[in-house]
Design a protein around this ligand. Structure first.
Ligand code: DX5
Ligand code: ZN
Length: 234
């Protein structure tokens, strides 16, 4: 896989909410490919964040796609609302959907790209029968609910498994990784087959600013860096 194809999606969960519009505009100017928006309801996950009003506001602040990650129960009740607010990708959790096939159809019908997210304990095989309906899979590399958590190394084989499943079915799958992404972990997830790195803390809380955070992640997966790593390993 070509590393230049890897997209970086800053997660606003780690941004300064008093200056949100400015922060996402900075991320876009620094080369972010998507803006990741974590929607939490206090039921599916033990935290509450934002809803469609924030998506609507962000749609006015940037032109890059908005990647809306719904960590909510009964997401089918809100698909239309988020689509109307300007979401481009709407991702629902396998664990939150009794009728996942129906919900993915609903997202596509609303004009958005359907995504499925897998909690750390959920096997890759759970999405085998809906792979052709969801061009995006979000592999949670932390337990959802909070930013700034430690990357779960045990998720790397799951990423490889999904990449193999997609290849075997001839599906062009974007594999997102979400949680604990840093210049160190991004090289591992990309090597395993991820194509979208979602990063909150490492971008929005970087000590030298948003652009520096993005630059570091990008540098870590540049071809030159990878060949340096290979040389060190040999
Ligand atoms: C966790 C969220 C992540 C989170 C990632 O529930 O889905 O998107 O913001 O944040 P970091 O990069 O800080 O782990
Ligand atoms: Zn997320």
């Amino acid at each position: 896989m070509h590393n230049s194809r890897v997209k970086i999606a800053p997660s606003i969960l780690a941004a300064d909410f008093s200056r949100l519009g400015d922060q996402v505009a900075q991320a876009q100017a620094a080369g972010a490919d998507l803006i990741h928006i974590d929607v939490m309801d206090g039921r599916f996950v033990p935290n509450i964040t934002m809803g469609p009003l924030v998506v609507e506001a962000l749609a006015k602040a940037v032109t890059i796609p908005l990647d809306v990650h719904l960590m909510i129960v009964e997401p089918e009740k809100f698909v239309r609302r988020f689509a109307d607010s300007g979401a481009d990708i709407i991702t629902v959790h396998v664990e939150a959907c009794l009728h996942l096939h129906r919900v993915l159809g609903q997202i596509a019908e609303a004009g958005c790209t359907p995504g499925v997210a897998l909690n750390p304990h959920t096997p890759a095989s759970f999405i085998a029968e809906v792979m052709d309906m969801a061009p995006v899979v979000n592999v949670m590399t932390v337990n959802p609910g909070f930013g700034g958590q430690r990357f779960i190394e045990g998720m790397l084989p799951k990423i490889s498994r999904l990449r193999k499943m997609a290849h075997a079915r001839g599906v062009d799958l974007d594999i997102e990784v979400d949680g604990g992404i840093s210049p160190h972990t991004i090289t591992k997830v990309v090597a395993a087959g991820a194509t979208v790195a979602i990063a909150g803390t490492c971008v929005f809380q970087h000590e030298r600013g948003i652009a520096a955070g993005l630059r570091e992640l990008r540098a870590a997966i540049s071809d030159r860096q990878l060949s340096c790593d290979e040389e060190t390993a040999n």
